[in-house]
Write a protein that binds this ligand. Structure first.
Ligand code: ADP
Ligand code: MG
Length: 321
């Protein structure tokens, strides 16, 4: 087995960005990392399990991308600047072709965000990917789930629902005649874009923030619970891309509210800061949309464009639900 692990280390050691704040990376018992003075370390771990989070035959390059992307998304939601990652790999076999594909996806995204792989562990077993991301944030400046206040606007980046529609397509629960739309939706599922620059821009603006991994309704629910408030969302204001529109309005709402895997940022904003947000968001390629408001009354209220109530049949994904 030693040679197989040598092979794995060959794929990972000294690949991707090499940062000056890493006195010691892969190769020893521990990595040594230098957190800049006056900053806090933001740490987040995500597991991707074959058959639960991805299809067993998923393209390794897409998996490499997604395993890192979902972690960078957590850092983005905290307003943290990504720096280092560790990687736990459980592999059924040391398959060179698979590792090469995985590394292509992983290191391409790492290079885009200047993130260095500084360590990890490798074992044999059912395919499971664990990535822990580390970033920094000026002390006290992190975005939390707990800061939403009545009167704040509820905002979201991008067009949530596309990844959920992509999953429905892959599962054969949705069929689209429009091949361009279908390709776009599946791409959003397989290659999410972590909103890192947006998270950094939201520091000092957003009163709370979360990344949308389990559908807008469930993830907004986490903000509401942590902040001790409620909210109303206006479904007519949900951002809709051409690809989502091809699914029809009712399905687009369902995918946005109860789908998952979008990795957009959902945040609240005191209304006095809307102009400042518009200024900063002018440089965002994903756009941003105000979709509702925070209220003192607990609970989440969903309104159709005609102001009648909308009831969501099923919430977001719950592994133990
Ligand atoms: P140890 O037994 O001390 O944990 P390992 O043989 O597991 O040593 O790892 C040796 C070095 O290779 C360590 O620096 C570890 O961080 C790194 N490493 C092992 N697997 C991975 C991986 N999948 N990704 C990145 N680094 C890895
Ligand atoms: Mg080890």
């Amino acid at each position: 087995m030693a040679s197989e692990f040598d092979l794995i280390r060959r794929h990972f050691q000294a690949h991707g960005p090499q940062r000056p704040d890493v006195p010691l990376g892969i190769g020893d018992d521990c990595a040594l990392l230098a957190v800049p003075a006056g900053h806090q370390l933001a740490v987040s771990l995500d597991l991707l399990v074959s058959g639960v989070h991805f299809f067993a035959d998923a393209a390794p390059e897409a998996l490499g991308h997604k395993a890192l992307a979902v972690n960078l998304s957590d850092l983005a939601a905290a307003g943290a600047e990504p720096a280092w990652v560790t990687l736990g790999l459980t592999l059924p076999e040391a398959d060179e072709g698979w590792l090469e594909g995985f590394c292509r996806g992983f290191f391409a995204l790492a290079a885009r965000f200047g993130v260095q792989l500084v360590g990890g562990d490798t074992t044999r077993g059912p395919l499971t990917l664990a990535v822990q991301a580390h970033g920094f944030v000026p002390a006290g400046a992190a975005l939390l789930r707990s800061g939403a206040r009545p009167g704040d606007l509820v905002c979201v980046t991008g067009t949530p629902g596309e990844a959920g529609a992509g999953l429905a397509l892959k599962l054969g629960r949705l069929a689209l005649a429009d091949a361009t739309a279908a390709a776009r939706l599946i791409d959003r599922l397989e290659r999410p874009s972590p909103r890192v620059a947006q998270g950094l821009d939201l520091r000092g603006l957003a009163s709370s923030c979360i990344d949308v991994s389990d559908g807008l309704a469930q993830d907004l629910g986490h903000i509401l619970a942590a902040s001790g408030v409620g909210a109303t969302l206006e479904l007519g204001r949900l951002p809709c891309s051409p690809a989502l529109a091809a699914c029809g309005e009712a399905a687009a709402w369902r995918f946005a509210l109860g789908g998952g895997d979008d990795y957009e940022l959902l945040f609240t904003l005191p209304p006095a800061r809307l102009e400042a947000l518009r200024t900063r968001a002018a440089g965002w390629d994903c756009g941003v949309t105000v979709i509702g408001a925070i209220e003192a009354e607990a609970g989440l209220r969903l309104l159709r464009p005609d102001a009648s109530s909308y009831f969501l049949e099923r919430g977001g994904y719950d592994h133990f639900g």
